[in-house]
Design a protein around this ligand. Structure first.
Ligand code: SF4
Length: 366
């Protein structure tokens, strides 16, 4: 396969997306878009969690028109997700959507595609072509399930994405992004690679229907990390069967582990062993929960490495890379250390309170 081509730049709201630009985090609301109050509430929660681009479902005209009120009450760009009816896409474009996500193959007629392009061009909006393995044209033309190998499936997806993007480009419309998603990590990765080797259109990455938190996070990481390392991917969504805020966190953790984005601190905590003399699991979990439930604290802790270790024998040394941390010592106290050097004791077991206090003081003394 040829190496990936450099993606061109496309703008979504305030964000420039494409080669060499920051990878942005996306999520999708699970509210009924017609319920303006509930949707705005969730969009604000997502913004608080750091979500940069949010998608909402637009199943009918009432939802398309509701975008006008919704968009006025939120800061982050809103993507309208539309299937089958081009009129909904046109209405969404004229009612405040920042991007339209369609599948030109199921949106109706070529006239419908032209109407969407016209509306998006007038409003300066990009269009995302979403190709999902489960809705490939191939499946619709035969009865029953087609047994394709992962490579055949990936090729079919890349071909369909190229064809669908061409339908827009044939109209002289270039502000296009694509996504190629499967529920299989190998198919997703290969489809995205194949597409990137043939097109400069920037990609939105994700494994679709990734599953519950743990398997979904692992599967998404397996599929997306090598793509992101190779510069493929302008935006990311981790489609977990979880609250949308958890999807945002997971996407950031993936990007953070790859060194592509910063998001809160990195908590270094040991797995514990027979030397452990502290509740490391409880403390690490509680510290994580305290930081990520509080936007201000998360921002203050951005870029820090904070250690929670089970013993002072190995803890401070093994966590030398941490900016600061605490290790268990016999007798019920904790040993506080900075860059591996002991600084004193933290009385009792209330490590989380002590560590949170240090984070809050960040920037006050330095
Ligand atoms: S830091 Fe101490 S308790 Fe934790 S794994 Fe290492 S030796 Fe065991």
């Amino acid at each position: 396969m040829k190496p990936p081509l450099r993606a061109r730049t496309v703008k979504v709201g305030p964000y420039k997306l494409g080669h060499g630009l920051p990878v942005r985090v996306q999520a999708m609301c699970d509210t009924d878009t017609r319920d303006v109050r509930a949707t705005v509430r969730q969009l604000r929660l997502l913004e608080d969690a750091g979500c940069e681009i949010n998608r909402v479902a637009v199943p009918d005209m009432e939802a398309a028109l509701a975008l006008k009120k919704i968009r006025k009450q939120v800061a982050a760009p809103v993507v309208a997700d539309i299937h089958f009816d081009w009129r909904l896409a046109v209405a969404a474009a004229h009612n405040g959507a920042d991007k339209i996500r369609i599948n030109p193959g199921n949106i109706g007629s070529p006239e419908g595609v032209r109407a969407i392009v016209k509306a998006c061009r007038e409003r300066g909006l990009p269009i995302r072509v979403g190709v999902n393995a489960g809705s490939l044209k191939l499946f619709k033309t035969v009865r029953g399930r087609v047994a394709l190998s992962p490579a055949e499936m990936a090729r079919a997806m890349a071909r369909e994405a190229l064809e669908q993007a061409r339908m827009l480009e044939d109209e002289g419309f270039g502000d296009v992004l694509v996504s190629l998603k499967a529920d299989d990590a190998r198919v997703t990765e290969l489809a995205c690679r194949l597409f990137a080797s043939q097109s400069r259109i920037p990609q939105h990455l994700g494994v679709t229907e990734a599953g519950p938190l743990l398997p979904g996070a692992v599967k998404s990481s397996v599929a997306l990390s090598s793509l992101l390392r190779d510069g493929i991917g302008a935006t990311v969504r981790v489609s977990l069967s979880e609250k949308p805020e958890a999807q945002v966190r997971c996407a950031y953790e993936l990007l953070k582990a790859l060194g592509l984005r910063e998001y809160g601190p990195e908590i270094i905590s040991c797995p514990t062993c027979g030397r452990c003399c502290a509740d490391v699991r409880g403390a690490a979990r509680a510290l994580d929960a305290a930081i990520y439930a509080d936007r201000e604290l998360r921002e203050k802790a951005r870029g820090l490495k904070i250690a929670v270790m089970g013993c002072a024998v190995n803890g401070p040394g093994e966590a030398r890379a941490a900016d600061f941390g605490v290790a268990g010592i016999p007798g019920g106290n904790g040993l506080f250390f900075r860059r591996g050097t002991p600084q004193g004791r933290i009385p009792g077991r209330d490590w989380v309170k002590a560590l949170v206090k240090i984070i809050r003081q960040r920037g006050k003394t330095s």
